[in-house]
Design a binder for this molecule. Structure first.
Ligand SMILES: C[S@@+](CC[C@H](N)C(=O)[O-])C[C@H]1O[C@@H](n2cnc3c(N)ncnc32)[C@H](O)[C@@H]1O
Length: 273
């Protein structure tokens, strides 16, 4: 099984600066970007920004999407990235400080963003709500700072949708559950429709996107499978033997070119009335 001491703890995204491992969390984002890049393009397109727009990415991480927002908003617009983590904001500034477009990064908490009401034309977030334990509060803040008629687009996985083809369905369910439950709100994707309606938004449109994980290496980049197999064993949800057999089965399927895994990311767009 994976070494619990060296495996990346994804719950660290809720408190990046306290982990002392922000560099590893940045590397994780880099690895995941290979699989998730297209989804970002869809998320930003759904904001329907026009030149001169003011846009904000909440929980921006290393800020790559903020640069794209700046390109969409043009030289007369403004793109802002905010994140709870000082380390992430420092990384974002270092990466994108040379942008020719108006772009800015700030440390801020999604629960209390500190911008004026009705300030932005577009407000977005990706993979933030899976790390929040007060998602309704963050939605309320995003709605507050968006102007009437402005758009809010949030993209979140639902980690309980992970489907992996293997012989032992009981064992794989136990490992997937350990993964989904490690972060604060692993089922965020399915909650967005309700949360956005409850937050007073309208024209709420859900765009579900399957993400195919095409191999054991890709799976372990997004989802350190052996580590979570170890956690499922420690939780008593799975025997050591079943966990080892499961991992061996998945490696064998991969070697035979038969590995298949998939989960759903929900990109949800809405308008502030
Ligand atoms: C998985 S990363 C996603 C980063 C980026 N959105 C992306 O898709 O690459 C989650 C980010 O949310 C930030 N975060 C977690 N809790 C937050 C909060 N309460 N307010 C603002 N940002 C937060 C973390 O610091 C981290 O940078």
């Amino acid at each position: 099984m994976g070494d619990a001491k060296t495996a990346l703890d994804l719950s660290g995204f809720s408190r990046v600066d306290a982990t002392g491992a922000s560099d590893r969390l940045v590397s994780y984002l880099e690895g995941a970007a290979v699989t998730l890049g297209q989804l970002r393009a869809l998320r930003l397109a759904l904001l329907r920004l026009t030149p001169g727009a003011r846009a904000i990415d909440v929980g921006c991480g290393t800020g790559d999407a903020v640069r794209e927002l700046a390109d969409l908003a043009g030289p007369q617009g403004r793109a802002l990235g905010v994140d709870l983590s000082e380390a992430m904001i420092a990384e974002a500034r270092q990466r994108h400080g040379d942008s020719s477009s108006p772009i800015e990064f700030k440390v801020a908490d999604a629960r209390q963003l500190g911008f004026p009401d009705n300030h932005f034309d577009g407000c977005t977030a990706e993979r933030l709500f899976v790390h929040l334990d007060e998602p309704a509060r963050a939605i309320a803040e995003m709605a507050r700072i968006t102007r009437p008629g402005g758009r809010i687009v949030i993209s979140e996985p639902d980690l309980d949708t992970m489907a992996i083809d293997t012989a032992d369905r009981t064992a794989v369910r136990a490992v997937c559950r350990a993964f989904a439950d490690q972060v604060r709100n692993g089922l965020a994707g399915r909650q967005l429709y309700r949360l956005m309606l409850d937050g007073g938004l309208d024209e709420v449109a859900v765009h579900p996107h399957p993400v195919i994980v095409n191999g054991w290496a890709a799976m372990n980049t997004l989802f350190p499978f052996e580590h979570f197999a170890g956690i499922a064993v420690a939780q008593g949800a799975l025997s050591q033997e079943s966990a080892a057999a499961l991992c061996a089965d998945l490696r064998a399927r991969d070697a035979a070119g038969r590995f298949f895994g998939c989960y759903v990311v929900f990109v949800v767009a809405a308008r502030k009335p």
